[in-house]
Design a protein around this ligand. Sequence first.
Ligand code: DP6
Length: 389
Amino acid sequence: MFSVTCIAPVNIAIVKYWGKRHEELILPINDSISMTLGTNELCAKTTIAASEGFQHNRMWLNDDELPVEEDSRLMRCLKGVQRLALANGSQKVSLSWKVHIASRNNFPTAAGLASSAAGYACLVYSLARLYGVPINEELTTIARQGSGSACRSLYGGFVQWHSGALDDGSDSVAKPVVSAQHWPNMHVLILVVNDERKKTSSTKGMQRSMTTSQLIQHRVDKIVPERTANLKKAIEARDFPSFAEITMKDSNQFHAIALDTYPPCVYMNDVSHAIVDFVHSYNETIGEVQAAYTFDAGPNACIYVLKENVAKLLAAVQKVFPNDATESVEYLRGISVSATVEKHPAFNGTLNVQAKNLLKYIIHTKVGDGPCQLSDDNSLLINGLPLSH
Ligand code: DP6
């Protein structure tokens, strides 16, 4: 039996991917740019074992076995990496052997964070390691077929997914913009919002936007090209205010397209909108843009903020969104923040204090690196079965 264990990061889009030109190959209608988050706080971990003795391909996600269907996205990724292994002549592990896959997230799935991006990136990266396939742009075309946003999780730092123009999708690849080391003090506070409502999945939501939104094509033709170019300039120059403005405007535009969809896709809730208001009044009070929100297909906020401003922003978040659990380690997760926070006199009276307990918890993380392989003692499988079996 051969086995590998790897971890892969979550990424959060700054210029959003929304809409496909090819459903099966997962080809997007526009370029997108994301930032990869640190794996210490958020990651998917996957072990893949291959053995002559296995009867079927099997998969366990967070310990629950899932059926592996022939036309699933998982099988498309498996066949895709096997095709690359064949083309590369790498025959480390026999392609005829079945595989057992176990995957876990180190963060609660219920948090509604981008778990599919990290999960498929980890699957494809682990398969590449298992079969001895090089980690390169071509591999991102396979990850893309698991979940579009997954292709961006194969790199650290800031990453661009190029929509490409070819029908076969071979030029629809993710490429690094800059590594995590370029802007190491770029941090993120994820505000996990208390919310029970089931949302329309990204896949379904963007299908519906493609057929009904009258604004979506305008975004693709007139907005995204200039926005991606300007965002890359802001990242290269480490220009936070420009970065922040583009981030917030693109989040708002993505949700405007979601609302222009018919019936509308409503992903943000009242708490999300209170967070938007809070960030704008916070920046105004300080007299400088020091925080930038972005929301994916759910109500949780990711707030980009430079390291030196984290403590001040967090103090303001705690003031505006009071919580009974503020003091507990469960409430404030991730990178620790020094408790000595200067009180900004201007905050008194300028920020609207909200009702208690609107947030479930907060995760503090930062820009991070791409996937990596771990040693065998991290394996999630023993003799080909999950540890819990
Ligand atoms: C709002 O990658 O989850 O997070 O390709 O259908 O699997 P599929 O969709 P997915 O969509 C992500 C949408 C988004 C924006 C983004 O990450 O760019």
